[in-house]
Design a protein around this ligand. Sequence first.
Ligand code: PEP
Length: 247
Amino acid sequence: MMIIASNWKMNLDRLSAEQLLAEMGSCPVSDKVSRIVFPSFTLIDLARTTRDHIGQTVHITLGGQDCHDAASGAHTGDVSAAMLVEAGCQWVLVGHSERRQNHMEHSEKVAAKTKAAQAEGLSVMLCVGENLEERESGKAEATVTAMLAASLPQQVDADKLAIAYEPLWAIGTGMTATPSDVAAMHQAIHNYLKDLGLKDVPVLYGGSVNPDNASALLALEQVDGVLVGGASLDADSINAITLAAEN
Ligand code: PEP
């Protein structure tokens, strides 16, 4: 099973979100491919209605871009995992580098969010990645496995988990990790998860994925899908990436 995940970030208005989903719905997918869309909170309901109108067979599930680790309470501006479930989400993205950087979210917080989300029945897409300095000094694998170790709660449900490896220097920059670097990092992540007894956890690559580089990345046996930011906002691009996963 290949996962093609769209991270819309803080983009799209209601009309463009509806049109994009409709065009995604016109791209046929087999059972081999599963699509996840992470809209902004205010677009989740519209995305669900539009997806249901197209039909469940389009294999599009929805996710929130973040959630709070508390079940409820005085957390102005935050959204709980239960609220995402009620809005129709099956997934939540946690630990995205933009949250880690812009909202000072440390791995311990990411672990708490993962625990809270799984407790509500959500599947978690947990993001990890090294910065350029860590990559250039040969510390990429050590950084990523340490980040992963700190971001996983004590008891984690492997059936409700996916890891997105997103090197920081590749996000939104047009720079992509080479297939051999991606293969090596994904292997390290798979090995680490296996050592923890976490079996069959998909590991996705993210960072400037586009229709030109998607096939080479998706062809790697260590890669179980891609998390797409910028290119996910364009129907032709995300459909081309989806079709690359089919082949
Ligand atoms: C992301 O932020 O999750 C991402 C992968 O972005 P982009 O594809 O734009 O690099």
